[in-house]
Design a protein around this ligand. Structure first.
Ligand code: PMP
Length: 449
């Protein structure tokens, strides 16, 4: 592994000359990846890694059914969505059937950013109101509008001071690290929200929408406090505002027990945004909403995305859903995810560095802390741990405002054997960087979920 990492450096230098350097890559010295198979990545020296970070490649790398669907659709037809063809109808019917009632209308785009941008436009046009509420510490994309509602300081250190006037940030409902802690803290967050809403009303502002992930993905998969979204959505609806669930990361069966993240909170949004998983790496995104919301938007003129909803994209999207059904991947996410989470919690009993284990299904987070009582983020240790794991054949990366939460989101085909391989590698890597056994007995309370 050490030799393959050294060799990848030459290509990295060339990359830095032609590709915008602002775009990050995993690791200071990343391996040069040549091929993928299921939940494995293989570098140019034939070294295989378990891919624990890839929440885009849901059904796994190199899936022959996707390759065949792409090949045959390209040979048959690929064009823009102003033409009339069957794949678009079949795919939008399928997505509408998966969405909770009364969401029955689909827009097809090419990424999560585009989906979020469009969702915001739908809400502003439907309500005619002026302000969008977004939670702190979130990421929703890079376009002007999607970036405006993104306030993660890990991505932009000046984020909190540079939001445009139409965005109002509310407290991050982070049940572990947030202002109020514990799964029963929703009433306190909602009290704060009531204060925000009063202030906005006093300033003559009206609320068009609330946007949030239904599971706090950017913080590493922290579940929202019980009843939080129900309370927020009730307040939004009382004001004629729309509720946008950004399901780009956490939905599409990743949570195992739930297809949609909002199911975990027991709510139905007005607008859902999806991307990543639905194309398994092919650029695909969608907005799913109610017919009346879509119709109001159409009064502003037609909507059109050249490649969004192309025959190729729809065919790939349909094939991903077929594979997920035929291979039982939602159930696999539930079973393997539970096994993995239990293993991570057991490691938490052995290593003080682990402060909490979050999430469900194959969307898990391991928060690393240098002091359990003070919950001090162990940012440097997280980076070192990822390097050690790479040497042991596992790819994983840190997330969150302090970059101290290992974000575990592998392809949904992850096997029990590979989950165990990762747990063994993690135990070994933890032993290498933090040999101290756990002194304080418990992980953070939120990890019991
Ligand atoms: N929303 C969320 C919650 C995301 O995690 C991301 C991507 N990390 C996006 C939106 C943007 O998606 P994309 O990168 O496909 O534009």
């Amino acid at each position: 592994t050490a030799r393959s990492l050294a060799d990848a450096g030459a290509l990295l230098q060339r990359r830095d000359q032609s590709f915008a350097r602002v775009q990050e890559h995993y690791y200071q010295a990343p391996p040069q990846i040549e091929r993928g198979w299921q939940h494995h990545l293989i570098d140019t020296h034939g070294q295989a890694y378990v891919d624990m970070v890839n929440n885009v490649t849901t059904v796994g790398h190199g899936h022959p059914r996707i390759a065949e669907a792409a090949r045959s659709q390209w040979s048959l037809l690929n064009t823009n969505s102003r033409f009339h063809y069957e794949e678009l109808v079949r795919f939008t019917e399928r997505l509408a059937a998966l969405a909770p009632d009364p969401l029955d209308t689909v827009f097809l785009v090419n990424s999560g950013t585009e989906a979020v941008d469009l969702a915001l436009r739908l809400a502003l046009s439907y309500t005619g109101q002026d302000t969008v509420l977004a939670v702190r510490e979130a990421y929703h994309g890079w376009s002007l509008a999607a970036d405006a509602v993104s306030s993660s300081v890990a991505d932009n250190p000046r984020a909190l001071d540079t939001r445009p006037d139409w965005v109002h940030l509310v407290e991050a409902p982070n049940a572990v690290r947030g202002k109020y802690q514990g799964m029963q803290s929703a009433p306190q967050y909602l009290d704060d929200l009531d204060g925000d809403l009063r202030d906005l009303a006093d300033a003559g502002r009206t609320v068009a929408a609330f946007i949030a992930e239904p599971v706090f993905g950017n913080a590493g998969g922290v579940l929202l406090p019980d009843g939080y979204l129900a309370g927020v959505y009730e307040r939004m609806r009382a004001r004629g505002a729309l509720c946008i669930a950004d399901e780009v990361q956490v939905s599409y069966a990743r949570l195992g027990k739930h297809f949609w993240g909002t199911e975990q909170q027991g709510v139905v949004p007005d607008i859902i945004t999806i991307a990543k998983a639905m194309g398994n790496g092919h650029p695909l995104g969608a907005v799913i909403t109610r017919r009346d919301i879509a119709e109001r938007f159409s009064e502003e003129g037609p909507f059109f995305s050249s490649a969004g909803g192309s025959p190729l994209s729809c065919r790939i999207g349909l094939t991903v859903l077929d594979i997920m059904r035929d291979e039982g991947l939602q159930q696999n996410a539930e079973v393997v995810g539970r096994h993995l989470k239990q293993g991570l919690e057991r490691l938490g009993e052995r290593f003080d560095l682990i402060g909490a284990v979050y999430g469900m299904g194959l969307y898990l987070g391991v928060e690393l802390v240098s002091d359990r009582a003070a919950f001090t983020p162990a940012t440097g240790a997280a980076a070192r741990l990822c390097d050690e794991l790479l040497l042991r054949g596992c790819i994983v990366q840190p997330t969150g405002d302090f970059k101290n939460v290992l974000k575990i989101k592998p392809p949904l085909c992850l096997s029990i054997a590979s989950a165990d391989h990762f747990l063994d590698a993690l135990a070994d890597a933890l032993g290498a960087i933090a040999p101290r056994a756990a002194q304080s007995p418990t992980l953070s309370a939120a990890s019991s979920r």
